[in-house]
Design a binder for this molecule. Structure first.
Ligand code: DGP
Length: 126
């Protein structure tokens, strides 16, 4: 089944400037902004500007330029916020997809979390 992108999702509205956001970094193909409901002292979302639903959708359909830009933006945000273990204490990246991944917003986003010890990767089966 092919992915169908819903252009009324909340991140599409953020990209169109219809909803404000706390921008951390903007590039040609990507946008990084603070999560509205942070689950750690640092909680930043990185999204591609293109209409991709999940990571696998993006990886299969995005241009090389989009993929390079998105990957570099995630790394740049980690360094800008000194979460990178080279300068700081580390971070976790999460990209939820679909029902089992408990994805709420159907536009690819990578969560960057840090600023405290985050515990084990999965804490329950809920
Ligand atoms: P996920 O469950 O992986 O789809 O996470 C969606 C995240 O998006 C969640 O951590 C809260 C965040 N979020 C939802 N609506 C908004 C919004 O309007 N602005 C911002 N900055 N974040 C939002």
């Amino acid at each position: 089944m092919a992915y169908v992108y819903d252009d009324q999702n909340i991140f599409a509205k953020i990209l169109r400037g219809e909803i404000p956001n706390s921008t951390v970094l903007e590039t040609k193909y990507s946008l990084a902004f603070r999560d509205v409901a942070p689950q750690a002292p640092d909680h930043i979302l990185v999204i591609p500007r293109g209409p991709y639903v999940t990571f696998d959708h993006f990886a299969a359909n995005a241009t090389d330029a989009e993929i390079v830009d998105f990957t570099r933006t995630i790394g740049d945000v980690c360094r800008m916020t000194t979460l990178d273990p080279d300068n700081g204490d580390g971070y976790r990246l999460i990209a939820n997809a679909g029902d089992h991944g408990v994805q709420d917003v159907p536009h690819l986003h990578v969560h960057i979390l840090g600023g405290r010890v985050l515990g084990r990767m999965l804490s329950s089966t809920d």
